[in-house]
Ligand binder design. Structure first.
Ligand SMILES: *[C@@H]1O[C@H](CO)[C@@H](O)[C@H](O)[C@H]1NC(C)=O
Ligand SMILES: *[C@@H]1O[C@H](CO)[C@@H](O)[C@H](O)[C@H]1NC(C)=O
Ligand SMILES: *[C@@H]1O[C@H](CO)[C@@H](O)[C@H](O)[C@H]1NC(C)=O
Ligand SMILES: *[C@@H]1O[C@H](CO)[C@@H](O)[C@H](O)[C@H]1NC(C)=O
Length: 316
């Protein structure tokens, strides 16, 4: 029998490939030094933290003694997440506050509910992905409305608080921003059926990066530090509308990150030294990366900010 057809050789090669894939998909890791930093006295808001990366992020920061506000749409799931975090970390500084980013009046009520806190970290993590054409409660295209406009409104409502505390703002964007090669500003309202859900997802994620850049330009001088990031391809509920999701169930063990692996770059963005990692940067695998040309376009960033402000002014 030749070496190549020897069953043992085949088994060794297959196991080797599997181990390589597992290692490769894990990506960057946060140093244990950052993960042991004492965050006692710091307050953190994590949007969409009832599950997935948001949950892991909230849990880790609670473990580091931060006061954590779990912000999500579903009250039962949110309270359940709070009790799981309390149990696993032994912290009693974890609470729930309702936030539906697809409903601007809910965003306003949420901002009011946390106005007494000194907010040190705002982690805009919540997101929906490639869902069917639809609109938010306020009639905005659902993906841009939830992923970008809802978060922008939240950030704006909290801006004085964030400035006062020289807060860090972290925006979970995605490599998906590459799906959007133009920016179509004219179709923010309504379900926007002229584009497919992949494009619309990409558009909302491009908006996250443009906003991080613009926010840094506008408020950097006030001491605010903001980062946007790509968490990697993570096996979470986010992908529930993605057609490959079901097939990927079997593949996911090898190619998708677990939520803990997926929250590494978010934790890194919260904890890294802003004198070493340029404020406003786009991060992936715990390091600065260069997003697409559109995402770096200052003019687009400014334009998007203005269009969004105009949209929001209708709800004030
Ligand atoms: C963390 O910091 C707080 C307040 O600064 C202090 O009371 C506490 O002992 C510290 N905890 C640890 C584990 O260092
Ligand atoms: C659109 O959103 C509404 C309200 O959340 C929901 O009831 C409806 O099923 C959604 N439509 C589609 C096509 O997903
Ligand atoms: C995060 O993204 C939201 C929505 O795109 C935006 O409103 C907010 O200003 C961004 N924050 C930062 C720090 O980039
Ligand atoms: C995946 O399978 C579930 C049932 O197991 C089904 O309800 C869901 O629609 C499927 N999702 C996709 C994107 O095909």
């Amino acid at each position: 029998m030749s070496l190549l057809t020897n069953p043992l050789t085949i088994v060794v090669v297959v196991v080797g490939i599997i181990l390589f894939l597992r290692k490769w998909k894990q990506g960057g890791k946060v140093s244990s030094e950052l993960l042991s930093r004492n965050l006692s006295g710091k307050t953190v808001i994590v949007t969409g933290s009832n599950t997935g990366i948001g949950f892991e992020t909230a849990q880790q920061l609670a473990k580091q003694k931060a006061t954590v506000i779990v912000a999500c749409r579903d009250e039962r799931k949110g309270r359940d997440a709070v009790s799981r975090i309390k149990q696993s970390t032994g912290s009693n500084q974890v609470s729930f506050s309702k936030l539906d980013l697809g409903d601007l009046s809910s965003v306003k009520a949420f901002a009011k509910s946390v106005e007494k806190e000194d907010i040190n970290y705002l982690i805009n993590n919540a997101g929906i992905m490639m869902c069917p054409h639809n609109t938010t409660k306020d009639g905005l295209e659902i993906q841009l409305g939830t992923n970008h406009i809802g978060h922008m409104y939240l950030t704006q409502l909290l801006i004085d608080n964030l400035k006062k505390n020289k807060a860090r703002i972290v925006n979970v964007s995605s490599l998906g921003h590459q799906f959007c090669n133009t920016f179509d500003f004219d179709n923010i309202q309504g379900p926007c059926k002229m584009h497919n859900p992949y494009y619309l997802y990409g558009r909302s994620k491009l908006a996250n990066i443009l906003f991080t850049n613009e926010l840094q330009r506008r408020y950097g001088a006030d001491g605010i530090v903001s980062y946007s990031l790509h968490p990697g391809n993570v096996a979470t509920e986010l992908a529930r509308h993605f057609t490959l999701y079901n097939i990927s169930g079997y593949l996911s063990y090898f190619v998708l990150k677990t939520p803990w692996e997926g929250c590494q770059t978010t934790l890194f963005a919260c904890l890294c030294d802003a004198t070493k990692i340029r404020p406003g940067a786009y991060l992936s695998d715990c390091a600065e990366k260069t997003p697409t040309e559109n995402a770096r376009n200052e003019k687009l960033g400014k334009q998007l900010w203005e269009v969004t402000e105009k949209e929001l002014s209708k709800f004030k």
